[in-house]
Design a protein around this ligand. Structure first.
Ligand code: BES
Ligand code: MN
Ligand code: ZN
Length: 496
């Protein structure tokens, strides 16, 4: 799908559907709120005013009303899309509105969709957000459907109308880079365990790195053995699929930065739980246990093109967690890359066992600041539901940078505690650490475990178990893989 800039008057736009954003009206107001909405209202004999007056349409965010064959317009349909409260309309609302329009009209054979751009939206952020919305909305998780009819309702172009100039051009370019990166991540996350093993994930990352000019190093099991990644290798023991650690590097042209960002992502291509096996009900969903790793890979795809000032290294430990005959047993002791020993009390707490080695390795590669993303615990879903990512950190300043990047990108995150007291949960009588805490505060004890491997450097852990997969579709996003964290990672890198 093309996203294009069109600079004609609204009446001249040739499209199957032309959408204008109309805002909720304040108490007592009678005028249509929204520049383009008011303009088409005048052309079309007051249709929007009428729908607002009748209560058929209120301007609530993402609400839509449609007028077929609007008089005075070349477009075949006029769509009024609710923008919510005008003063609260930011890039986040724009992204959702553009996506909701696309998703509503794509199945109805609208090949050409246009969205009117008010003067108020004429900036890079808004153009980027609309572009992202359209492209993210266009994604469907139907990779393996063979019905050729699927292509019947393809959108050819999504036009931003009356938007021109350098800012809009730059916005569309950036929006496309980000959305394509996020959709790349979603495609990886959507792959089932048999179609995406650690080896295949590494191949996909390598191909992407070659295409976009990133450094790429794939650590084999042998190299990881030499290095001493005993914890990661322990998790991999139960599977016939060999583990890998994927390393992607971006180096800026001018090399004077003192900050070196590390993006670490959990890459468990399938999590059965291992010997501490999971119940079969819903186990199929554990194909998304590599969503953090896929987010780091997707972010690097955008970073390679947007070229931040700081070096960025992604480290993705990737394994399959299986209960094979060589599998790690409950009670086994593993030695991590940084030398600490761990008593594995539950083989289903495998994410932390691979991330701890990756965090240490990222530091050996020179990372000064680290952010990890992981579908780490069911407990974060208990705490925050499917709405917020859990955000843990050992450094308030760095955490606030991550939270602010996330807020700008409309990726919801909530700060979680890491008090010293929680460390007691991880006591083991035989080793330095146990790999599980007790029954309560499970997301926190998992994060506390990771903190032990941060080397005291600024580090943020993002638990995305509740947010990486949408159980229900939204008007602006299909159900399935969300690609969450990609935009936050990129925004963070660009801001350092
Ligand atoms: N991958 C799971 C966490 C998970 C749960 C992700 C639900 C997405 C949805 C992780 O490896 C796991 O199994 N965690 C255990 C930890 C427990 C054994 C301490 C959990 O959350 O139950
Ligand atoms: Mn597990
Ligand atoms: Zn897992």
């Amino acid at each position: 799908m093309d996203v294009i800039l069109v600079n004609t008057g609204l009446a001249q736009v040739e499209a199957d559907a032309l959408a204008v954003i109309a805002f909720e009206r304040t108490e007592g107001a009678t005028a249509v709120s929204g520049e383009s909405a008011a303009a088409v209202d005048a052309i079309c004999g007051g249709w929007i005013s009428e729908t607002l007056a009748s209560g058929e349409f209120s301007g609530k965010l993402l609400e839509q009303a449609v007028l077929a064959r609007p008089t005075g317009l070349k477009a075949k349909k006029l769509i009024a899309v609710g923008g919510g409260k005008a003063e609260k309309f930011t890039a986040t609302e724009m992204r959702k509105a553009a996506a909701a329009v696309l998703r509503a009209w794509k199945p109805k054979k609208c090949a050409k969709i246009a969205l009117a751009f008010d003067v108020a939206f004429q900036n890079e952020e808004m153009a980027a957000a609309a572009t992202e919305g359209a492209l993210l909305g266009d994604y469907e998780p139907d990779t393996y459907k063979t019905d050729p009819k699927k292509n019947d309702s393809k959108v050819e172009s999504f036009a931003l109308v009356s938007s021109e100039g350098d800012a809009a051009v730059a916005g569309v370019t950036r929006g496309r880079i980000l959305a394509e990166a996020q959709n790349f991540t979603r495609t990886l996350v959507n792959e089932p365990g048999n179609r995406l093993t650690p080896t295949i994930l590494a191949e996909r990352a390598r191909t992407m790195a070659q295409e976009f000019g990133l450094g790429c190093d794939i650590l084999s099991a042998d190299r990881m053995k030499q290095l001493g990644m005993g914890s990661l290798l322990g998790v991999a023991m139960g599977s016939a699929e060999p583990p890998v650690t994927i390393v992607l590097t971006y180096t800026p042209a001018e090399g004077s930065a003192t900050t070196h960002l590390g993006l670490i992502g959990k890459g468990v291509t399938f999590d059965t739980g291992g010997i501490s096996i999971k119940p079969s009900d819903g186990m199929e969903k554990m194909k998304y246990d590599m969503a953090g790793g896929a987010a780091a890979i997707g972010a690097m795809r955008a970073i390679a093109q947007l070229k931040p000032k700081v070096p960025v290294t992604a480290v993705i430990p990737s394994v399959e967690n299986m209960p094979g005959s060589r599998a790690m047993r409950p009670g086994d002791i593993v030695t991590t890359l940084n030398g600490k020993t761990v008593e594995v009390l539950n083989t289903d707490a495998e994410g932390r066992l691979i991330l701890c080695d990756a965090l240490e390795y990222a530091q050996r590669l020179g990372c000064t600041h680290m952010v990890d993303a992981a579908t780490l615990t069911g407990a974060i879903v208990v705490a925050l539901g499917y709405v917020n990512i859990g955000c843990f950190s050992n450094n308030d300043e760095f955490r606030d940078q991550v939270l602010s990047a996330a807020k700008t990108e409309g990726e919801k995150m909530w700060p979680m505690p890491l008090d010293e007291e929680y460390k007691d949960l991880l006591k083991s009588p035989i080793a330095d650490l146990a790999n599980i805490g007790g029954r309560w505060g499970g997301a926190i004890s998992a994060a506390k475990f990771l903190e032990e491997f941060s080397g005291g450097k600024p580090w943020v852990h993002l638990d995305i178990a509740g947010t990486a997969w949408l159980e229900e579709g939204k008007p602006f996003l299909s159900k399935g893989p969300s690609g969450v964290c990609v935009r936050t990672f990129v925004r963070l890198a660009m801001g350092l």
